[in-house]
Design a binder for this molecule. Structure first.
Ligand code: COA
Length: 196
C-alpha cells in the first residue's frame, strides 16, 4: 500500500484520452500507429482481404485522442456476410484492426475503444461482430468461438481465433461457409457501384 493510500486518500486519474469518430485528417497518424503497433506484415492478414478496397461501416471508424491531440488508438468495423443461412447472406461486421500506441499499452485505451465500438454497433442496429484475434484478450468483451465453427476466412486462419459477439440473440445461428466483404467500395469502385 502506498503512503498516499495510508493517508486515507485515493488517487483518481483524470481521463487522458477521448474517443471520437475518425476524421479525414487522422488517416496518416492512424496508418503510422498501425505500422508501429502491428509491423509491416499487417497487410498480409486474411482480415485485410475483407477490407481492401472497401470503406468501413458508416459511423464505425473510431479514434482515441490524447490530451495533446495525438492519435493513440484506432479501431474500425467493416460490413461482411458471415457466410450464408438458407442460401441468404448473414449480415455482420468484422472488427479490426484494433491498435494502441505501443507507448500507451495497458492504460485502458484498447478496452475503451472496444466497448465504444460494440455500443455504437449495437446502437446502429448491427446483429453481430466477428474478428480474428486472441481469445485471451477479446473474451473480456464477450467474444468467443462458440458461433464461428462453421465459418471460414477467405485465407489462412486459426479457428480458435475466429471470434464473434452476437449483438442480437441468434444473429449467427445457422451461419455457415466463407466470410465475404459486403461494404461500400472505395474510390472509383464506389462511383461504379452507385451508377450500376
Ligand atoms: C491489444 C491492444 C489493442 C490492447 O490495448 P491496450 O490499450 O493495451 O489494452 P487495455 O489497456 O484496455 O488492456 C490491457 C490488458 O489486456 C491484456 N492484453 C493485451 N493484449 C493481450 C493479448 N493479446 N492476449 C491477452 N491479453 C492481452 C494486457 O495484458 C492487459 O491485461 P490486464 O488488464 O490484466 O493488465 C494493444 O496491446 C495493441 O495495440 N497491440 C498490438 C496490436 C494488436 O496485436 N492488436 C490485435 C490484438 S489480438
Amino acid at each position: 500500500m502506498s503512503a498516499f493510500q495510508h493517508a486515507g486518500c485515493f488517487e483518481v486519474a483524470a481521463p487522458f484520452f477521448a474517443i471520437r469518430p475518425e476524421l479525414p485528417g487522422d488517416v496518416a497518424a492512424r496508418e503510422a500507429l498501425l505500422d508501429a503497433a502491428m509491423g509491416p506484415g499487417r497487410t498480409r492478414k486474411s482480415s485485410e482481404a475483407l477490407r481492401r478496397g472497401r470503406l468501413p461501416a458508416h459511423g464505425l471508424s473510431l479514434a482515441a485522442i490524447a490530451a495533446d491531440s495525438a492519435l493513440v488508438g484506432t479501431v474500425r468495423l467493416w460490413e461482411i456476410a458471415a457466410g450464408t443461412r438458407g442460401g441468404a447472406p448473414v449480415p455482420a461486421l468484422l472488427l479490426g484492426p484494433l491498435a494502441v500506441d505501443p507507448g500507451q499499452h495497458g492504460a485502458g485505451i484498447g478496452g475503451a475503444l472496444m466497448r465504444h465500438a460494440i455500443a455504437e454497433a449495437a446502437r446502429l442496429g448491427h446483429g453481430a461482430i466477428l474478428l480474428v484475434g486472441d481469445p485471451e484478450y477479446y473474451g473480456r468483451f464477450g467474444f468467443s468461438a462458440a458461433a464461428t465453427g462453421a465459418l471460414a476466412m477467405p485465407g489462412p486462419f486459426e479457428q480458435r481465433r475466429l471470434l464473434a459477439l452476437e449483438l442480437q440473440v441468434g444473429a449467427l445461428a445457422g451461419a455457415t461457409g466463407r466470410i465475404t466483404a459486403t461494404g461500400r467500395l472505395q474510390g472509383n469502385g464506389a462511383l461504379l457501384e452507385a451508377a450500376a
